[in-house]
Design a binder for this molecule. Structure first.
Ligand SMILES: [Mg+2]
Length: 179
């Protein structure tokens, strides 16, 4: 059986689900009738954001695929410079297949982090399937790797560091900050 490090080594693209992975999964609804889903606020973790940036600086592509759609996600991803932002995607598998085709990547070159059954079709195909500490036991059983941190609270950062370590890039990433 392939080790986790062997699985993480060829990864050139990391795709994140948003709700429950880059957030803690809670959705904030306003009672105001003029505040539709698009206007919902989201809470992101600053350390997850830096993790995404560090991976991109190491030459790994980053994308998100989410079934929901909000301006908050668009703004956060723009802030971080994430190039592949796919919102309102109810068929995540089709979006995933289009994306890897466009980038010329194979399943083995992709890691995906998701927290619920809607993510399974993609998780079952990628070379590195990841989920969060607070995902159900069933979801954890379907993935290669489970973070120690919960969704929205450092899980994504943990995955970024795991991949950088597996690819032997963590020391050079850190070197800049240890000057
Ligand atoms: Mg989710």
């Amino acid at each position: 059986m392939q080790s986790l490090i062997e699985r993480a080594r060829p990864v050139r693209l990391v795709i994140f689900d948003v709700d429950g992975v880059l957030t803690d999964g809670r959705l904030s609804y306003s009672s105001h009738p003029d505040a539709p889903e698009k206007e919902q606020s989201k809470v992101f973790h600053v350390r997850d954001g830096l993790g995404l940036k560090l991976l991109m600086q190491a030459g790994v592509e980053i994308g998100i695929i989410t079934a929901r759609s909000s301006l908050a996600v668009a703004r956060r991803m723009a802030d971080l410079g994430v190039p592949h932002v796919h919102q309102g995607q109810h068929d995540k598998l089709a979006t995933y297949q289009n994306l890897i085709e466009r980038l010329g990547l194979s399943h083995e070159q992709v890691a995906y982090m998701g927290d619920d059954i809607i993510d399974l079709p993609v998780l079952r195909r990628v070379g590195f399937a990841a989920t969060v500490a607070d995902a159900t036991a069933f979801m954890q059983s379907q993935c290669h790797w489970v973070s120690q941190q919960r969704g929205g609270q450092g899980a994504a950062r943990e995955l970024c560091e795991f991949i950088l370590n597996a690819q032997g890039r963590w020391d050079e990433t850190l070197a800049y900050y240890l000057r």
